[in-house]
Design a protein around this ligand. Sequence first.
Ligand code: GLU
Length: 289
Amino acid sequence: MPPVFRFAPSPNGLLHLGHAYSALLNFDRARETGGRLLLRIEDIDTTRCRPAYETAIYEDLAWLGIAWETPVRRQSEHLADYRAALDRLSALGLVYPAFESRAEIARLVAVREANGPWPRDPDGAPLYPGEAKLLPAPERDRLVASGRPYALRLDMIAACRHVTGLTWSELGEGPDGERGIVTARPEAWGDVILARKETPTSYHLSVVVDDALQGVSEIVRGQDLLYATAVHRLLQVLLGLPEPAYRHHPLIRDEAGRKLSKSSQSTGLRALRAAGITPAGVRQLVGLG
Ligand code: GLU
């Protein structure tokens, strides 16, 4: 079977050089290996995603000379798939609703931090400090029935009891620059959010469901997602999904060494194109010339 690659942007802004690098690496790997390249639009965050950005993604990738298979999978059209996975995790007793607002969580973290350091996840965000997991079932049901907003969280400690020796196969660079089998530490993320009351999914859940449904065999993506791979591997094992290989690539940075963002105009593909840069020039700028 030919290897399957995917580029999976979120249509919440215009693509920049970092996206070009990731997309071109996927495209080149697919060509070198006789593999397939899929494009997936990760548009579950309806507050930030816009159809115009999706159109711009297609235009900019085509301008770069990238070809992908159609139809494109758009996550917003597959919520039932994510809900089925969530139901499976719920049936294992690994999901609970947490009712705190962002402000309440910030207050709880401040209370915890008054007594010493409170752990943070690999992205630097404080771990969930709440105790919703301990709510007696009748109280939990009453709050859900009352219409209060909630987030569905993974009970990380309970989930980790289902797995031993969790690892992933890294073809790029692991946390210590290593290649090969990397130990996955999902517990570093605490009780991650898997869904919200109004959206039956989250990035972590939908990415593992889609990669499996689409038969993706090698995931080529930026190092900003290196540590999240531990959560993805955990969910794959819990859901009985196949294990892909991962190739995390370095991030393209600006002159000040900062990660590029969708709002940084000067490295946007459209701005570069307007300034007369060619697709070959973009390849050169990201070191693929
Ligand atoms: N949608 C994610 C992003 O735009 C990428 C997800 C992935 O490659 O796993 O950053």
